[in-house]
Write a protein that binds this ligand. Structure first.
Ligand SMILES: NCc1[nH]cc(CCC(=O)O)c1CC(=O)O
Length: 332
């Protein structure tokens, strides 16, 4: 686009900024509760809402409280909720079998939400880290995260989530070939309408720290995730991964983390035009919420500005821990 404009004073850009009415008329980007997916942490028990230390305002919720959260989200116009289970250390094994237990926490929460609030979409996380005594997203053999055996396990996990009623399955594991394998298995098992929102461009980021505390994975993790998550400096590789996942049957794609990777979002949207999401991850939330808590930033304004940036970068939606707070503000 070549901006075409008369010289000053025929063009005065401030004319277009003079009042709320004019500004709203020419505003290019919109933000609505329907753009949000709300990630929530699920734990065992009943009636429990337990604060996550490094994420002020975020709690781990027992299944009954997750159902309440889903009701609240639905009332606020948030279309989807994404479940992350906090798994007891005793259930973590090298083969990660709890991941496809039909009665695991994530599956119980999915069924409870779909029973109580059928209209909200439930998204689940496919990755082995909550169930792995090694803390990795894939299966570890002799210190190596093995790809193909991991994909087999991830397919079992995805099928158990679909059977529990998940609407959107979000593979966050970054193994190769998992989207194609999951899509084929979902078709074969009669889950034709289950959506795959692939964490296609997921970077090996230090911004996931608070999340690993929230799901109890930081203690277990040996080493780092750099052999499967992406190098933060790579952009072309992100495009190749997104293209690969779309070709394997992903319905929607994700860039993660969000704010430090908005250039990847814009490039992905321009290049593929697929439904594109970004995950404003735990560390991004912690930075903003921590500064708000100290009175260093104006909370509502910074939150909304950060969310608007994703929309401006071309994202159709945002996974954000701010979802209910932002939706409430948008409803005012
Ligand atoms: N498969 C794990 C997973 N799924 C979502 C997040 C991070 C989310 C966040 O930081 O908010 C992670 C952490 C990781 O890869 O270590």
């Amino acid at each position: 686009m070549l901006p075409s404009q008369a010289p000053f004073p025929a063009t005065r850009h401030r004319r277009l900024r003079q009042s709320p009415a004019i500004r709203s008329l020419v505003g290019q980007t919109s933000l609505s509760p329907s753009d949000f997916i709300w990630p929530v942490f699920v734990r065992d028990g009943e009636g429990i809402s337990e604060p996550v230390g490094s994420m002020p305002g975020v709690n781990r919720l027992s299944v009954d409280k997750v159902v309440e959260a889903a009701r609240e989200a639905h009332a606020l116009g948030i279309p989807a909720i994404c479940l992350f289970p906090y798994t007891a250390p005793a259930l973590k094994t090298p083969d990660c079998a709890e991941a496809w237990n039909p009665e695991n926490l994530s599956n119980r929460a999915t069924r409870a939400i779909k029973d109580a609030v059928p209209d909200i979409a439930v998204m689940t996380d496919v990755a082995l880290d909550p169930y792995n005594s090694d803390g990795h997203d894939g299966i570890v053999e002799n210190g190596v995260i093995v790809n193909d055996a991991s994909v087999e396990a991830l397919v079992k996990q995805a099928l158990s989530q679909a059977a529990a009623g998940a609407d959107i399955i979000g593979p966050s594991d970054m193994m190769d070939g998992r989207i194609g394998a999951m899509r084929a298995a979902l078709e074969a098992e009669g889950h034709q309408n289950v959506l795959l929102l692939s964490y296609s461009a997921k970077f090996a980021s230090a911004f996931y720290g608070p999340f690993r505390d929230a799901v109890g994975a930081s203690g277990a993790l040996k080493g780092d995730k750099k052999t499967y998550q992406m190098d933060p400096g790579n952009s072309d590789e992100a495009m190749r991964l997104i293209e690969r996942d779309l070709q394997e049957g992903a319905d929607m794609v994700m860039v993660k983390p969000g704010m430090p990777y908005l250039d990847i979002c814009r490039r992905a949207k321009d290049m593929f035009g697929a439904p594109t999401f970004a995950y404003q991850v735990s560390g991004e939330y912690a930075m903003i919420a921590g500064a708000i808590e100290r009175g260093w930033l104006d909370g509502d304004k910074v939150m909304m500005e950060s969310l608007m940036s994703f929309r401006r970068a071309g994202c159709d939606g945002i996974l954000t821990y701010f979802a209910p707070q932002a939706a409430r503000l948008l409803a005012e």
